[in-house]
Design a protein around this ligand. Structure first.
Ligand code: ARG
Length: 456
């Protein structure tokens, strides 16, 4: 079969070599964007008088017919036609005859593919942002149900100070909100039209790039045609934002995996999000959380893959750039599905409040309370720290906790200690009193929830 670019070739092509160069197996995903881009291009050619009105109408209706067929699943692409752009041109030719050949006036596949990618990513990022906002909403409503649910707060995975479970959830809300902002901000660099940059240097035809950009709903156009066809920064930025977003999901998944273990039993996932074992009948494994944690590695790989493709590329277009697609498609799909699965998991998980609070009872996570108590009564904090540290050691040897120490024994150590120490040592009081801005105190948590709801 004859190649659309076959004019200067004499030798025969070889199918196995062509297959290596073809991208249709994956860039068929850009079919809709390719037609949309072509519709804008042909309208611009017509408006600028580069092709006649009649030709404009013929090409436009041909493209529209292809769009209808595409929606019905009636378009067949062939590897012989290399990529989505040449496949579309061939199909348009079959639809309307030789006038189809006028569509490619003042255009190259280089600006065409870049346009398709911008259009695709604009839509995909918008969808991801919707999923991300849904997750943020789920986190806030879960937090609202658990303002007074007490759990151990950890540092070094050791009990540190008791916190509100809502505080923990809202920490992730903070991360996901920053992820959302980053995606929103990146839109500025996605929402730009390279159409009309042509192969690299622009064109001699009197085109109107602003017009085709406007038809496509782009906010701006590339100022430099070389940059327009060779820029993939917007994809790298998306992959980077996705890598960070997946990092946040992965951290939370790691915690869910810990919390669902027999040792913690803080939460239970509904059956739909868990799987069993083929040999151990008792097992209920948090596979979905593990998978999201695992898929994070792939997303990092996609980011590094494209960074590496770009790092040695001279301007402008090089075929290497065809490698920008699979990682991007994979990332869009993986991030979106991970977000949706994760939101479902959080929304439906059963929180074992008693286990969480119990975990703060038989421990020394109230040691700071005792030190603060002494400091508030005038004992320098460093000295208070030393006193409590010795006491913790003593309790550990005796197998008791700070709340078990008799008042007389407390007073023997430090006469300023009174009966109110026992209330101060409860985890509930420890949490309730931490009302410094952003702290775990219930009033602070309620304020955080209010603020989050306002911004959602
Ligand atoms: N399939 C190509 C890609 O994805 C389209 C651009 C081809 N341009 C070229 N000059 N060979 O990058």
């Amino acid at each position: 079969m004859e190649k659309l670019w076959g004019g200067r070739f004499q030798g025969k092509s070889e199918a196995w070599i062509d297959a290596f160069g073809a991208s249709i197996s994956f860039d068929a995903k850009l079919a809709k964007q390719d037609i949309t881009g072509s519709l804008a291009h042909v309208a611009m050619l017509g408006k600028c008088g580069i092709i006649s009105e009649e030709e404009t109408t013929q090409i436009t209706s041909g493209l529209q017919a292809l769009a209808v067929k595409l929606a019905k699943g009636d378009l067949e692409f062939s590897i012989v036609n290399e990529d989505i752009h040449l496949n579309m041109e061939k199909l348009l030719h079959e639809e309307i005859g030789p006038v189809a050949g006028k569509l490619h006036t003042a255009r190259s596949r280089n600006d065409q593919v870049a346009t398709d990618m911008h259009l695709y990513l604009k839509e995909a990022v918008t969808e991801i942002m919707v999923s991300l906002s849904h997750l943020r909403t789920v986190l806030v409503s879960k937090a609202e149900q658990h303002v007074e649910t007490i759990m151990p707060g950890y540092t070094h995975l050791q009990h540190a100070q008791p916190i509100s479970f809502a505080h923990h959830l809202l920490a992730y809300y903070g991360m996901f909100s920053r992820d959302w902002e980053r995606l929103a901000e990146s839109m500025k660099r996605i929402d730009i039209s390279p159409l009309g940059c042509a192969a690299l240097a622009g064109t001699t035809f009197p085109i109107d790039r602003a017009y085709s950009a406007e038809l496509l709903g782009f906010d701006a156009i590339y100022d430099n045609s070389l940059d327009g066809v060779s820029d993939r920064d917007f994809i790298i930025e998306f992959l980077s934002n996705s890598a960070l977003l997946m990092t946040h999901l992965s951290r939370f998944c790691e915690e869910l995996i810990l919390w669902t273990s027999h040792e913690f039993q803080f939460v239970e996932l509904i059956d739909a999000f868990a799987t069993g074992s083929s040999i151990m009948p008792q097992k209920k494994n948090p596979d979905m959380a593990e998978l999201i944690r695992g898929k994070t590695g792939r997303i990092y790989g996609n980011l590094f893959g494209l960074l590496t493709v770009l790092k040695g590329l001279p301007l402008a277009y090089n075929k290497d750039l065809q490698e920008d697609k699979e990682g991007m498609f994979d990332t869009v799909h993986t991030v979106k599905t991970s977000l949706d699965i994760f939101a479902g998991m959080i929304e439906t998980m059963k929180v074992n409040e008693a286990m969480m609070e119990n975990a703060t009872q038989k421990d020394f996570s109230n040691a700071t309370e005792l030190a603060d108590y002494l400091a508030k009564k005038g004992v320098p904090f460093r000295e208070a720290h030393e006193i409590v540290g010795k006491l913790v050691l003593d309790c550990t040897q005796k197998g008791i906790y700070l709340q078990d120490v008799k008042l007389a024994d407390y007073q023997a150590i430090q006469p300023v200690i009174e009966d109110d120490i026992y209330d101060a040592l409860t985890s509930h009081t420890a949490v309730a009193k931490r009302n410094s801005y952003g702290g775990t105190g219930f009033e602070q948590i309620k304020a955080m929830i209010k603020k989050a709801k306002q911004s959602l």
